[in-house]
Design a protein around this ligand. Structure first.
Ligand SMILES: [Zn+2]
Length: 249
């Protein structure tokens, strides 16, 4: 598999880094993983959005989901492509998208996007890629996603606080794309629904991953410091999901 970082900015996009979004490719199979603000343009610069095999959204916060409407416009009003595109979302998310598009009845939204609501323990396949979902601890339902093909495993957390399920989902992965919104050591005031870089490192160590890639680092923080803090808890390779970076899995 090849993972391309379309954007990794937490919360809001910046001029040089869209919000969260990734392109996963394996042979002819292409998957858009998270559709954060600004990532549709980055996706379209690399592949034909009309030929996507699936979209997987970790959760419906705007910085992970808003650009799904870019794909909707592309498919519904031209240039179009192979439809419907399967979209894997959390429980209740289809109604949120349909509500924003005022998509009732036979609305075109339902002809171009095929929403599949999934949660912890659910599995599917996208071409040859096996996909398993888990739940994270976040302010809204969030799916952790485990992609596996030919014995290679990529796990993406979406947004997550610390939890045992997070570590179990990451178990033995070759590349663990883990949110690390925060820095410093957790105390009673630390926001419970995001991870510190130390906690990302601890999860990577527990899970025995090969390569930890930190993403969704808060905009006012230095990624090099996050790498240093994660490396204090995890002896393996640690990288930052800088926009445009390609990782082989
Ligand atoms: Zn979120």
């Amino acid at each position: 598999m090849k993972l391309t970082v379309l954007g990794s900015s937490a919360g809001a996009p910046t001029r040089i880094n869209p919000a969260s979004g990734y392109l996963l490719e394996h042979g002819q199979t292409t998957v858009w993983v998270d559709a954060g603000t600004g990532t549709f343009m980055e996706l379209a610069a690399r592949v034909d959005p009309g030929q996507l095999d699936a979209v997987v959204l970790s959760h419906v916060h705007v910085d992970h989901a808003s650009d799904l409407f870019g794909l909707y416009g592309y498919l519904a009003f031209g240039p179009s492509g192979q439809v419907p595109v399967p979209v894997y979302v959390t429980d209740g998310a289809s109604d949120l998208f349909a509500g924003f598009a005022r998509a009732t009845g036979e609305h075109v939204l339902h002809h171009v996007l095929d929403f599949n609501e999934v949660g912890s323990g659910d599995e599917t396949t996208i071409g040859p890629v096996a996909v398993r979902f888990g739940s994270s601890k976040h302010a809204v339902p969030n799916n952790i996603v485990r992609f596996e093909v030919d014995g290679r495993v990529l796990v993406y957390t979406g947004d997550a606080g610390p939890s045992h399920e997070l570590m179990e989902m990451a178990d033995g992965s070759d590349l663990f794309l883990c949110e690390a919104t925060l820095q410093g050591t957790r105390d009673a005031q630390t926001y419970p629904f995001h991870l510190t870089a130390e906690e990302a490192g601890e999860a990577a160590a527990w899970a025995g991953v090969d390569h930890l890639v930190l993403t969704h680092i808060s905009h006012n923080l230095d990624p090099e410091q996050s790498i240093a803090e994660a490396s204090g808890r995890f002896a393996g390779r640690v990288s930052y999901a800088a926009p445009g970076t390609e990782f082989d899995v």
